[in-house]
Design a protein around this ligand. Sequence first.
Ligand SMILES: Nc1ncnc2c1ncn2[C@@H]1O[C@H](COP(=O)(O)OP(=O)(O)OP(=O)(O)O)[C@@H](O)[C@H]1O
Length: 287
Amino acid sequence: MTAISVEHVSKHFGARHALNDVSLTIAPGEMVALIGASGSGKSTLIRHIAGLDQGDTGSGVTTIFGNVIQKNGRLAADARLLRRDIGVIFQQFNLVGRLPVIVNVLVGLLGRIPVWRGTLGLFTRAEKSAARAALSRVGVGEVAWQRASTLSGGQQQRAAIARALVQRARLLLADEPIASLDPASARRVMDTLATICREDGITVLISLHQVEYARFYCPRTIAMRAGQVVYDGPSTALTTDFLTELYGEASDELVLPEAPLAETTPVRSAASEPLGIPAPATAAATA
Ligand SMILES: Nc1ncnc2c1ncn2[C@@H]1O[C@H](COP(=O)(O)OP(=O)(O)OP(=O)(O)O)[C@@H](O)[C@H]1O
């Protein structure tokens, strides 16, 4: 069984071809990077897989853990049920700022408890304790009762990961979750994602501009250009020469200026130190 299968999916916005006959499969438990210059279709693909956006009429089939979530541009009748297995994290706006962090995390339960309980915010002691445990696990247990708006960007992203844990998501789709973060915070968020992938078997698909993070954390990268998959293979192949060949001048967008790719060493090696990325705290060095 595949965690994600996308077969011949296209998506237009007016005349713009955001996805152009995209096909890919991702196995359960993989951590896969999705890279591409701005406008290449990464967010559209992630939203499509999550069932938040529909493909063009007549475009192919997308399944999540073997269940069709959309086909021919129509959402499956049970798409809402399937979404219970999918956690989604965006670059921003992941949490409701005026609510305590723990309530934001408990929101992850809404697809799994009766609507009336969710509406009234009536969570059991066991559910609250699971939310606190999830926050501790991602390293932000101490801010559980703070308003979400008071958290740093990195803490907010880790709280969003805690929400996916409480949701018991089997697939986590992360759309540029580290784009607004400083390197140390970005590293902690990536460590957290790698840990839940390794320890919980959660499949992670993560879009990134920062190629060195893809190389360090994700054994496999899917690269997009102009709505098409132009590379799908080992992240170790993402050398500067290769990226320049794939993207031409747009390859500059994919590499952090302070981390020239030519100086990096591929996936999960201790040699990421010269990048200024702190030593791996958890998963990066081991998986
Ligand atoms: N809601 C929309 N309406 C119109 N055009 C859209 C919409 N969403 C995306 N597009 C267009 O589709 C193309 C792909 O956009 P998408 O956001 O998927 O790219 P991306 O690779 O995620 O870019 P970025 O890295 O800048 O987030 C772009 O040309 C974009 O302008």
